[in-house]
Each structure stands twice: as C-alpha cells, then as structure tokens.
Write a protein that binds this ligand. Structure first.
Ligand SMILES: [Zn+2]
Length: 131
C-alpha cells in the first residue's frame, strides 16, 4: 500500500529577496549570455533619489510589488562589468518612455546623466564596502 501524499516543501527562509532583485538577477543571467565573462556582477541601486534628476524620491515605487519591480531598468557599467539595476521617478520614466517612442535607438541626454550618477553611486557603494 503506497501513500501518494507528498509533503510540499516549504519555501526556504532565505527567500527574502525583493521582486526587484529577482528580476535584476534574471537580467544578469540574460546579460551573461550576451556579454559573456564581461558581465561580472549585478547591483541594485537603492539610493533615496531618482538617478535621473536626483531631486525626486523613488521610495514610493521602490520594492513595492511585482508590477513595480517590472519597471526596473538595467544599465551595464562596462568598466566594472556590473549590471546596475535602478528605478526612475515618474517624471523621468515618462520622459524616457516618450523619447524612446520618438527615437527608438537614440540615447537621450537624460540617459547620460543617469549613467554618470549610477556610476558615481556604485563607486560610493564600493568604497563603503572597504571602510
Ligand atoms: Zn527623476
């Protein structure tokens, strides 16, 4: 007589990653397929302010839920081989959305600001690890 009842394994306690981190990890795995060993790590920008304007907070949309996490953006910071995930405030996100519709393959000036700010934030993050 065999019992077919199977115990469901409960989720591991370490399942504390935010949706945003999980999605970033997926993006990282995809990036590795594309960039190979040039892609070394990933990092989620968690500053208080939007990396586009450095003026508006992103707390409101950050890590709230799955749908919000899907609006995560990724930036490959090549000098360090790190994929930086980030969120924008609504204003910057809408701006980029509209620009990309108009010029799909053109980088906006805002992108340059975002990438500079993210690179700076990443270096700060690294030096805080050393401290
Ligand atoms: Zn902004």
């Amino acid at each position: 007589m065999s019992s077919r009842s199977r115990r469901q394994h409960s989720k591991p306690a370490s399942d504390s990653k935010s949706e945003a981190e999980k999605i970033l990890e997926l993006m990282y795995e995809q990036g590795k397929a594309q960039f190979g060993s040039a892609m070394k790590s990933f990092w989620l920008y968690s500053g208080d302010f939007c990396p586009g304007c450095l003026a508006r907070p992103i707390d409101r949309i950050k890590f709230k839920g799955k749908e919000d996490a899907l609006s995560i953006n990724g930036f490959m910071y090549r000098p360090r081989g790190v994929l930086i995930g980030y969120f924008l405030c609504e204003v910057c996100a809408n701006y980029i959305f509209k620009e990309v519709e108009k010029h799909p393959y053109k980088q906006t000036p805002l992108h340059s600001d975002i990438e500079r700010n993210l690179a700076e934030a990443y270096h700060k993050h690294l030096s805080s690890l050393d401290a």
